[in-house]
Design a protein around this ligand. Structure first.
Ligand code: HEC
Ligand code: HEC
Ligand code: HEC
Ligand code: HEC
Ligand code: HEC
Length: 371
């Protein structure tokens, strides 16, 4: 009885918790903590300096029409507002997505209107919709609880198995001139074995809930260009081959989308030749997708052409040739990395002098020795 009372008290305190995440934290602390460090949680003007810098230059800023909200600070309004209103990017921004409507300009997430119902995926439970209940065995000896005491879990949404749930925000975006400024290939959100979720939310150590212990949980920090890129380096391979008049370096992108998807990014391949202890830097190769207008690079909202596209494409093996003759025992150091913001764009965005953004992040680094 005392236990029951405690449960009622703690459950009612949950209903009046200040934010959705505080509530989830009581039973999913590891996931909530990871999410707090993710770029999803930090995608607002207040928390992402790069997003703010671009928004500060945007023509719609004058009128205060924040066009980025659907994806950067999604809000969900429910009838029973006191309980489920969600402001800014939170758990419901994904777990309440029932469907994704396809549109030319940008897709639209359709959120469920059912109170406290979350969609999720678990192999073997594809047909279940679990409301919390106590199950009593025939003899009444074992009482086991099923599901979550706080919410219903709907395992039947196919989009959580194929990762199509990610495509409401990640698929593409066109500007006012119907010119596509960024896109992520759809093929990465079709297969149940490998998709956006398996690569960006890999299963790592730690229980998903404090109530039903599990060995692993899906990483909610969302490894990407800004946060934990090292978790993705295994999806990029670097190879080396001697050629008739030098050598070539092969960069293999195993991702089902451009190695970088945002037009601000710049990828570089840096190669050093190490001979008898002396290091010589060879010519750096740069991979970009530059948008522009009238043959000059421009901000995305006025762009109407791709001026240059050397970005490494989905599942591409890019071969880069070098005409340096090699000697036995030479070492070749190969580094593949990126800038979050094109160094040429930093000044125009008033981001120059920012150490973090001026830094070159190495995604993969490898040495080869010449036979
Ligand atoms: C009182 C504890 C409690 C609270 C509060 C709670 N959950 Fe849960 N949740 C659970 C339990 C227990 C499970 C596991 C149920 C199972 O595996 O049968 C679960 C499972 C889930 C799952 C699906 C897990 C799977 O098996 O795929 C999601 C998604 C989820 N919770 C989201 C949330 C969100 C979002 C919040 C905050 C709004 C929240 N939960 C708050 C206890 C809770
Ligand atoms: C349709 C969804 C959508 C809309 C609308 C949207 N964005 Fe984004 N934005 C994204 C996604 C997804 C990313 C992640 C990077 C990628 O895949 O391009 C992103 C990334 C960014 C970045 C890069 C941030 C970083 O981490 O360096 C900037 C800057 C940005 N958006 C600015 C804006 C601005 C400004 C607006 C509004 C005028 C806007 N976005 C509207 C989906 C959207
Ligand atoms: C960007 C979308 C997104 C956001 C935001 C998000 N999740 Fe998830 N979450 C998923 C997906 C997709 C899965 C299914 C992965 C799987 O189980 O294979 C998942 C799985 C889960 C699970 C299942 C158990 C497991 O194995 O990890 C729980 C619990 C959960 N989320 C809770 C939360 C909570 C709590 C928050 C907010 C702090 C949150 N999620 C935010 C997309 C999201
Ligand atoms: C409600 C919109 C929305 C949904 C749904 C969504 N994302 Fe995102 N995602 C964004 C935005 C906006 C950004 C850019 C944040 C920024 O950098 O400011 C982003 C960024 C990312 C990044 C880059 C993180 C980094 O550190 O650079 C990854 C990876 C990512 N999302 C994966 C996913 C996956 C996987 C799913 C599906 C499970 C998903 N997203 C669903 C809006 C969304
Ligand atoms: C095979 C693994 C794999 C799959 C599947 C995959 N990605 Fe990626 N993703 C990567 C790698 C590798 C990178 C580049 C490294 C990095 O960003 O740190 C990346 C980068 C990203 C970024 C950051 C790009 C930028 O310019 O900031 C986003 C956003 C992203 N992926 C979203 C998605 C979405 C959405 C899907 C599903 C449609 C998806 N990814 C499927 C491996 C994968």
């Amino acid at each position: 009885m005392k236990k029951m009372l405690l449960l009622i008290i703690s459950l009612s305190s949950l209903l009046f918790a200040s934010s959705e995440m505080d509530t989830c934290k009581k039973c999913h602390p590891t996931i909530v903590e990871e999410f707090g460090d993710s770029m999803h949680k930090k995608s607002s003007v207040d928390d992402d300096k790069v997003h703010k810098a671009v928004w500060d230059k945007h023509p719609a800023r004058e009128s205060g029409d924040y066009k980025c909200a659907n994806c950067h600070t999604p809000n969900i309004k429910k009838e029973d507002a006191a309980k489920t209103d969600q402001q800014g990017f939170s758990c419901s921004s994904c777990h309440a997505i029932k469907d994704v409507e396809l549109h030319a300009q940008e897709n639209k997430n359709i959120y469920t209107t059912e109170d406290k119902t979350f969609f999720s995926a678990e192999a073997g439970r594809e047909k279940e919709k679990v409301k919390y209940k106590y199950e009593t065995s025939l003899l009444g000896l074992n009482k086991t609880s099923v599901g979550s005491p706080y919410h219903t879990i709907d395992y039947t949404n196919e989009k959580f198995y194929t990762a199509a749930v990610c495509m409401g925000c990640h698929s593409h975006k066109q500007n006012a001139e119907k010119f596509t400024i960024c896109e992520t290939d759809e093929k990465g959100a079709k297969d149940k074995k490998q998709n956006c979720i398996t690569c960006h939310m890999p299963k790592i150590e730690g229980s998903a809930t404090t109530i039903r212990m599990s060995e692993k949980h899906a990483f909610h920090g969302f490894a990407g260009a800004r946060h934990k890129p090292e978790m993705l380096s295994k999806y990029v391979e670097l190879g080396f081959e001697k050629t008739a008049n030098g050598f070539s370096v092969v960069v293999e992108n195993k991702a089902p989308h451009n190695l970088m998807t945002h037009p601000l990014r710049v990828v570089q391949l840096r190669v050093n030749l190490i001979r008898e202890g002396k290091t010589t830097a060879l010519e750096t190769q740069t991979f970009v997708k530059v948008l522009g207008r009238d043959n000059a690079p421009s901000m995305p909202w006025i762009a109407n052409a791709v001026l240059e596209d050397t970005m490494i494409k989905s599942e591409e093996k890019r071969v880069v040739n070098y005409s340096n003759a090699l000697l036995a025992k030479d070492k070749i150091e190969v580094q593949l990395g990126f800038y979050v913001v094109n160094p040429k764009a930093l000044k125009g965005l008033n981001l120059d002098g920012d150490k973090e953004l001026e830094a070159f992040t190495i995604l993969k680094d490898k040495y080869f020795t010449v036979e």
